[in-house]
Design a protein around this ligand. Structure first.
Ligand code: IMP
Length: 427
């Protein structure tokens, strides 16, 4: 099983970190291929809780080469903080490689993120304010800076002179706010460049060697399919492609090398930020599920919106990604419920829809069609095998697999590593 793609099947926060941590133990190379420090992975490893935003969770395994791929946008300040935090815990980062093609979040990007959000008023997206959208926009406009540019001070200076003129003009004339100082940025980023230099490489030969040698490679997705720039709930999406296709362009791995796509799905639904979420539970019902699932963001601490499992979203996401195997997370959170709902369709203007409509306002007004299943009413936190799960719980999982269209091979029943049931190991 040399190459596997792991994607979030919903709106992010599916619990990918734990699954990656489990798979990384048998993986030679983990590649982060899109997004930036808008992501947050919580991993409980050897009893210690780690929160990663940029560094692939595989860093905890010294034999796993951790690659930050070309498709990411990287805030070098945040990366250094993560490297330092790991060093404080005695964790070595010598096996970290950063693609010189990855784009950088510049000091002005988070500010533009915030100013643009404020300018949108009631239509704001609820971004993480990490500068992700502005950095990807600059990449597309070809005025972005790549990590490799840090090793070319004269180029940086010349380009920044031009780019900062554009940025400062907008800050001054449109937003009427302070401008950025060119020298200050150059000084700061050249110091950062010196510290990051040992990690920066052209990853093309590294990835190609790994493929040629049949190494196990895991493409670690961030966010989720419904936040995809093309297939998500646009414009309430992130600025990258967190789908299987994005994993390939973000790493330089060709489609023919991919052996399996693993979709991570939470046993219910959550979302942060604004935008349609047809199965959202509001009021006390929402509060109950949020508390039970401890649904507060790793990156921003924001309370997540929560709701019943949305099978319309899950099936769509499974098809868009080509999911072969499902890792189902947080199943234990539903243990207290007498009945559990699964959404299998949306009603809109008298019509039944089996996949999410691209028209965002239709989706916003879609009424979920639910199936109800009996709950299991007992804790499953200690379940170690499929047989340990109560019958009603097994039936819920089997129904989810049917709705998603792929088998639930990994089932997570708690935060720690040993609270995981493997019906079939992906590799
Ligand atoms: P941005 O990626 O910061 O531009 O935010 C755009 C949307 O994606 C917002 O709704 C964010 O809350 C959401 N988002 C970005 N990253 C994540 C993530 O890792 N998990 C969940 N939601 C995310």
């Amino acid at each position: 099983m040399p190459v596997a793609i792991l994607v979030g099947g919903q709106w992010g926060d599916e619990g990918k970190g734990k699954v990656i941590d489990i798979l990384a133990a048998k993986t030679d190379m983990v590649i982060r291929s899109q997004g930036g420090n808008n992501a947050g992975h919580t991993v409980v490893h050897d009893g210690v809780t780690h929160k990663f935003h940029l560094i692939p969770s595989g860093i905890l395994f010294p034999n796993c080469l951790c690659v930050i791929g070309n498709g990411t946008v990287l805030d070098p300040r945040v990366l250094l903080q993560e490297i330092d935090a790991l060093a404080d815990q005695g964790i070595n980062t010598d096996h970290l490689v950063i693609s010189d093609r990855a784009h950088m979040i510049m000091p002005y990007h988070p500010l533009f993120d915030q100013l643009e959000e404020e300018a949108r008023g009631d239509d704001r997206l609820g971004t993480t304010y990490r500068g992700i959208g502005p950095a990807y926009s600059d990449k597309i406009r070809r005025i972005g800076f790549r990590i490799g540019d840090l090793t070319k001070p004269r180029f940086m200076e010349k380009k920044l002179h031009f780019v900062l003129r554009l940025k400062n003009e907008i800050l001054r004339d449109l937003y009427r706010t302070d401008e950025f100082d060119e020298k200050q940025i150059l000084d700061e980023y050249s110091a950062i460049g010196e510290r990051l230099a040992p990690y920066i490489q052209d990853i093309f030969p590294i990835v190609q060697d790994a493929l040629r040698e049949d190494n196990n490679v895991l493409l670690e997705g961030a966010q989720g399919a419904l936040l995809d720039l093309d297939f998500g709930t646009y414009p309430y999406v992130t600025s990258s492609s967190p789908t299987a296709g994005g994993a390939l362009t973000g790493s330089g791995i060709p489609p023919r090398e991919v052996d399996m796509t693993i979709g991570v799905f939470k046993a219910y639904t959550s979302r942060v930020g604004y935008g349609p979420m047809p199965t959202e539970l509001l009021g006390v019902e929402g509060d109950r599920l949020r508390e039970l699932g401890a649904e507060f963001g790793t990156t921003t601490g924001r309370a997540r919106r929560v709701g019943w499992f949305d099978g319309v979203v899950a099936n769509y996401s499974s098809l868009i990604n080509g999911v072969d195997s499902v890792a189902l997370t947080k199943l234990d959170v539903l243990s207290e419920y007498e009945t559990i709902k699964i959404c299998t369709g949306y009603f809109h203007k008298g019509e039944l829809h089996r996949h999410p409509m691209s028209n965002i306002s239709h989706l916003k007004h879609a009424e979920p069609v639910y199936e109800e299943m009996p709950g299991w009413g007992t804790s499953i936190a200690d379940a170690k095998t499929w047989e340990d799960l109560p019958g009603a719980c097994q039936r819920y999982v089997e129904r989810l697999a049917e709705v998603i269209g792929a088998p639930c091979d990994i089932i997570s029943v708690g935060a720690s590593r040993d609270q995981t049931i493997f019906r079939k190991l992906p590799y």
